[in-house]
Design a protein around this ligand. Structure first.
Ligand SMILES: O=C(O)CCC(=O)C(=O)O
Ligand SMILES: [Fe+2]
Length: 227
């Protein structure tokens, strides 16, 4: 029997100006392919790791960077796996279908949350471009807190992000504080993954030379089939 939550329609919502939640944006098939891709990115030698914060503590999520390596609080030039074109295309489709406009992401941060992992309220402010952040959620649901640009404190909205959901924040919400309050264990699609994966796409710098954003497309790009 579905829980009561399953009976409440989940609608596309503008959480704040420039911040859009689109439930069930990714098909079940695409979610499976994304999880498979995340598993491949998580493999050594680069793999997923708990990133150390300047204060000495470790983040509770495990992270792998694609495109450029992120460390608090900057992008470094150390080598990482490339950001695949199909994932950048997916990001372009996400922006085209929400806030509109061109998008040329060059970074993805893939975060894995176990049942106990959280992410404190923070701003994504290490990018030098004003382009939106595109967030894709897979696996267990979470309580995502989306606040304001001025402080970590209220007002905020708590949004339940489920597997397949898209959340885009840009424009006046680009520097809003946000975080993950908690994971809701066992709420993901059966057999997809234990825990939660979140992929955020970002544009780390000004528009990249020689890379023109392509036109929006009607079908979502898929990762290539595994060999
Ligand atoms: O896991 C999420 O939904 C948000 C992750 C996030 O805020 C980040 O990676 O900067
Ligand atoms: Fe963030």
């Amino acid at each position: 029997m579905p829980g009561v939550d399953a009976l409440i329609a989940r609608c596309r919502t503008e959480i704040a100006p420039g911040a859009v939640h689109v439930p069930d944006w990714l098909s079940a098939d695409l979610q499976r392919q994304l999880v498979r891709a995340c598993r491949a990115w998580a493999r050594p030698p680069l793999g997923m790791e708990h990133i150390r914060l300047p204060g000495g503590g470790l983040m509770s999520v495990r992270t792998v960077c694609l495109g450029r390596r992120w460390r608090p609080y900057r992008y470094t030039d150390e080598p990482v796996e490339p950001l695949p074109q199909w994932l950048a295309e997916l990001g372009r489709a996400a922006v085209a279908q929400t806030l509109g406009g061109p998008y040329d992401p060059d970074v993805a941060l893939v975060n894995f949350y176990d049942d106990a992992a959280t992410m404190g309220m923070h701003q994504d402010r290490d990018e030098r471009a004003a382009a939106p952040v595109v967030s894709l959620s897979l696996g267990d649901a979470c309580v995502f807190r989306f606040g304001n640009t001025a402080t970590r404190a209220r007002p905020w909205s708590d949004v339940r992000l489920e597997s397949g959901d898209l959340f885009v924040f840009g424009g006046p919400s680009r520097l809003a504080f946000h975080g993950v309050r908690r994971i809701l264990p066992g709420t993901g699609p059966h057999g997809l993954i234990r825990g939660r994966l979140n992929i955020t796409l970002r544009q780390s710098g000004p528009a990249l030379p020689g890379r023109l954003p392509s036109a929006p497309r009607r079908t979502l790009p898929h990762p290539p089939a595994p060999a």
